[in-house]
Design a protein around this ligand. Structure first.
Ligand code: PLP
Length: 420
């Protein structure tokens, strides 16, 4: 079931009030749901010593939400200097920050090293380009043909990320020779994966690999990081990911590893979607109806608020606030105002007949939602709200304004005349 029933029950009676106060469109997140998911994850893996989730900042880069996650002991996985800066401003530094970048510039490494981030290197060729040799190095591993990928990330052989299997020993050997003392290993193979055994296989793959590396180079790995990619049920009939099943499988593998070696690495992961995805919705008002070859419901949000349907054909469940079982159903496309025909939140979807002013609730926008929005066609990104556990509603990001849109046009004039 997309969007938790509990969140829906708490949101439905107050949503009209929230809309009247703040105005649509907005994403609203559920503090209770987010904190519960953090607890669920921590509890599932509590028997693994040193388990830590590094929330993938790109999923929901909002400092208020990141503060909640930090309060549950989470670190942050960053892929850019602004994401590092955001995490530092949220109060995290050093080992709480993982810097997982690719095609990285020297300046980016320097900024990450300045904050003491764990450096997760995407390639061997980047080792000599590091401005300083850190004490701890992690490599991102790409298993190539040894694993099948999944539909969003794709086949590992075609993926630009990580070092290849043949390079692994060489990579760690080179790092040792440079004076690196502590080691981790990372991989990220899946996205929105609903089968928990795939994630167990990933942990097993990394445990097998660090065993091999240990046997050759005598490295005791400090951690394995199995990446993100745990899925959530976007469609009403999709299964809920079995996090407890994943944890018990991984715990077994860790126990077996420890029995063989008398040491074990820590377990790190960097989920984004699983942590916040179901705990956010996009609320948008119906402003127009149009009937040509198809019936269209026009809303006041557009792709600037949520790219996933237009970009990946992603399904996001929609209900009309307060009109749950209302018949008759009509088959409609729900559309924004962009001059792009993929600016649609739903295509040929059965919904109760809408009226202007109805509030549509678009589910599961708590990850890769607001964050992915863009300004194409002059559309501004919406505000973000937080439904607190005490049922108050807090503005946690304002909507973009015309001034924001024009901000980059405010600059000192510069001209080069190369031919003179
Ligand atoms: C995007 C990303 C994640 C998070 O992915 P989810 O599907 O949100 O769990 C984690 N790690 C890396 C390196 C990523 O690029």
């Amino acid at each position: 079931m997309p969007m938790s029933i509990d969140f829906k029950q708490r949101l439905t009676p107050v949503l009209r009030d929230i809309v009247d106060t703040f105005g649509t469109p907005f994403h609203i997140y559920d503090e209770t749901g987010i904190l519960n998911t953090c607890d669920q994850l921590n509890q599932a893996f509590e028997t693994i010593n040193g388990f830590k989730e590094f929330f993938a900042v790109k999923a929901l880069p909002n400092p208020t939400i990141m503060g909640l996650l930090k309060s549950k002991g989470f670190g942050f996985d960053c892929s850019s200097v602004p994401e590092v800066t955001l995490s530092v401003r949220t109060g995290s530094t050093g080992d709480d920050l993982m810097f997982t970048s690719n095609n990285t510039s020297r300046d980016q490494f320097q900024a990450a090293l300045d904050q003491g981030c764990i450096i997760n290197l995407d390639d061997i060729s980047l080792l000599p380009k590091l401005p300083q040799v850190p004490e701890l190095i992690c490599f991102r591993y790409n298993p190539g043909a040894k694993r099948s990928g999944n539909s969003i990330i794709g086949n590992p052989v075609e993926s630009k990320y990580g070092i290849s299997h043949d390079q692994v020993l060489d990579a760690y050997k080179k790092a040792m020779d440079m004076g690196v003392k502590r080691f981790g290993i990372h991989t990220m193979l899946a996205s929105n994966e609903l089968n928990h055994t795939y994630m167990i296989d990933t942990a097993d793959m990394l445990l097998g690999l660090i065993q091999e590396i240990h046997d050759s180079l005598n490295i005791r790995f400090e951690f394995i990081n199995i990446g993100g990619g745990i899925g959530i049920p976007y469609t009403p009939d999709a299964p809920v990911f079995d996090i407890e099943g994943m944890a018990s499988g991984i715990v077994k593998s860790f126990d077996a590893f420890e029995a063989r070696n008398s040491w074990v690495p820590r377990l790190y992961m960097e989920s984004g979607r699983f942590i916040t995805g179901p705990h956010g919705v996009l609320a948008t008002s119906v402003i127009n109806h149009k009937e040509i070859y198809r019936k269209y419901v026009g809303v006041d949000a557009s792709m600037s608020s949520l790219m996933r349907p237009g970009m990946y054909d992603a399904y996001h469940h929609i209900h009309i606030n307060g009109r749950e079982d209302d018949l008759p159903l009509k088959t409609v496309d729900v559309v924004g105002a962009l001059c792009e025909n993929n600016d649609k939140f739903a295509v040929q979807r059965e919904l109760p007949e809408t009226r202007e002013g109805d509030i549509l609730v678009i589910h599961d926008t708590g990850a890769h939602g607001h964050a992915m929005g863009f300004n194409y066609n002059g559309h501004l990104r919406p505000k973000e709200l937080l439904l607190r556990t005490d049922s108050s509603v807090e503005l946690i990001r304002r909507a973009e304004t015309m001034d924001d849109y024009f901000a980059t046009l405010d600059f000192e004039p510069r001209t080069l005349n190369p031919m003179q």
